[in-house]
Design a protein around this ligand. Sequence first.
Ligand code: PLP
Length: 412
Amino acid sequence: MTPASSFVTHLESAIEPGVLLPHHVPQTLHAGRPLWVRYDLTAVASAMRKDSLLARAPTMWRYRELLPVEDDANIVTLGEGMSPLLDCPALARRFGLEHLSIKDESQLPTGSFKSRGLSVAVSRAKELGLTRLAIPTAGNAGGALAAYCARAGLEAFVFMPEDTPEVNRCEAALFGAKVFLVNGLIDDCAAIVRAGVERMGWFDMSTLKEPYRIEGKKTMGLELAEQMDWSLPDAILYPTGGGTGLIGMWKAFAELEAIGWLERGAGKPRMYSCQSSGCAPIARAFAAGERHASRFENAATIASGLRVPAAVGDFMILDAVRESGGEARAADESGLVELMSEACRLTGISICPETAVCLGVLKQLVAEGKVRPEERIVIFNTGAAQKYIEVMRNVEVPRIDRNEEIDWARLR
Ligand SMILES: *Cc1c(COP(=O)(O)O)cnc(C)c1O
């Protein structure tokens, strides 16, 4: 059974709880800060049963009642979701752990978890009659917006730093977006989008500046719970840029709790927000005990998805992390390439540099006894390694000349 309309009741200001806004019209921020999408969870609980999921397609739209689209006809999908939760025993041993799993988002459309958020955001944009969508991006969000706009027949305008990984530039252009390279960082791109909203008739699809991307990201948490038979791990490590992934998952766990779907006594995980020492505004604010993060100057990291010097949802990330008993931490930038290749070798999974950041943080947590060997740990692999040609290019591959006698000793 799918509902004819959504169970959304309203939107609520995240910075001023109790301030409600209607969801039938396009919304952006309130008081300069993001909005939560709220549902009639009592109605969801009676409309949706665990066993009704069994007959549904293996995409994130199986959680239809917890998603904000009114009319099924407006759903813009490329089959995203139900990424595998893979047990990684060799990697676990390497870190001195017994249970380490990776939820592999590299297998999603456009090769990153960004497709979840943009599937929902573009669906809602279409439903609300928006036609020209603009986005500032550190890379993967631009490719995903371009793909979902291509699918929906909408226009996409993508603004990215000029040193964004080449594949991100190419994919966005390939899907027909108008792509622009900016000599600055993602917040410089965001300023251009903001300035063009009135003048160019764009709708601003920036992270957290429209309310629906979180709802798509939330499905990572719903899937994880379903894949773990409605329990949750002891700790989750998640790479943090703008923060939608971590915020969305924490919202998912609260909603599952509210509809009574988590097994009795199943605690919620400690959430670890992971950044690189090259761009660590959230980790820095956490260490200082602050609720808002100041801009991180001269941000530079090969984990390009995390190159977000200032996040409009900083307090939402920090609130979730603190409420969960977790931490926001930075891994050393200089160790990322080695961690990424080691993790690829030990798992066969296409691990991105952002996930290497989580491994760097995991190493610290284990060394400090903050993660214990018998705990169940889940790391999200948010994107595919092959999108980072610039990082992978360092690998030395010997050539063979077919006209010369083979030197077999070199092939050992
Ligand atoms: C965008 C991105 C992130 C950061 O995600 P947020 O939800 O914005 O914090 C992490 N990894 C990859 C590969 C990304 O593209």
